[in-house]
Design a protein around this ligand. Structure first.
Ligand code: GAR
Length: 212
């Protein structure tokens, strides 16, 4: 029997990407992956309800209860290590963390970003702000990216990307919704499956997918 890959999903908000992962797991589409912990930076995140509805243990670590990014990151590492986590997935996790987390989970943290990296990414680009910037620029396609998390914000090796059409009458909200539906909720579970099946090969900061 293959060993289970224990997954912690970090959230701060609505948790639709968490839901996509839960649904994929129920359909048997995460390989040997199992979501065994949901960590929220916000006590009132709806994502926590989604976890509870699916009997997934939760941990709430509000950022404001910690003096520094370092203290917060240390608490996160202790929480996931105590839970025997193999893979961390950042799914709308809106809190800055430091190298303690990256160093404890090298090449074992995935993030979903709602744009085609390297466009509209890096410091200050999160949530609706990403889509506002894409519409301000007038791009004709945007999309989503799943990448390996490294210390440089949104700069780690790209695992999967999917393009989505931008329409003339889009608002940040309509574009966000289309990108979630058509891209994020598909490529995030797919990337998690690839990780769990040990198919992500990183060479010179680039990902090569083995045997797909
Ligand atoms: C998603 O669009 C995700 O890509 C984005 O926040 C949203 C969370 O939605 N993440 C970032 O902007 C990270 N830079 P969700 O809570 O419904 O999954």
């Amino acid at each position: 029997m293959t060993k289970t890959t224990n997954i912690a999903v970090f959230v701060s908000g609505g948790g639709t990407n968490l839901q996509a992962l839960i649904d994929a797991q129920h359909r048997g589409e995460l390989g040997n992956g199992k979501i065994t912990l949901v960590v929220s930076s916000k006590p009132d995140a709806y994502a926590l309800e989604r976890a509870k509805n699916n009997d997934i243990p939760t941990a709430v670590l509000p950022r404001k209860e910690y003096d520094s990014i370092a203290a917060y990151s240390r608490a996160l590492v202790e929480t996931v290590e105590a839970a025997g986590i193999d893979l961390i997935v950042l799914a709308g996790f809106m809190t800055i963390i430091d190298e303690q987390v990256y160093d404890s989970f090298p090449n074992r943290i995935l993030n979903v970003h709602p744009a085609l990296i390297p466009s509209f990414c890096g410091k200050g680009y999160y949530g609706l702000r990403v889509h506002e910037a894409a519409l301000e620029k007038g791009v004709k396609v945007s999309g989503a990216t799943v990448h390996i998390v490294t210390p440089e914000c949104d700069a780690g090796p790209i695992v999967l990307q999917k393009a989505v059409e931008v329409l003339d009458d889009d608002t940040p909200e309509t574009l966000q919704k289309r990108i979630m539906e058509q891209a994020e909720w598909k490529i995030l579970p797919e990337a998690v499956r690839l990780f769990c099946e040990n198919k992500i090969n990183i060479v010179n900061n680039k990902v090569y997918i083995k045997g797909e």
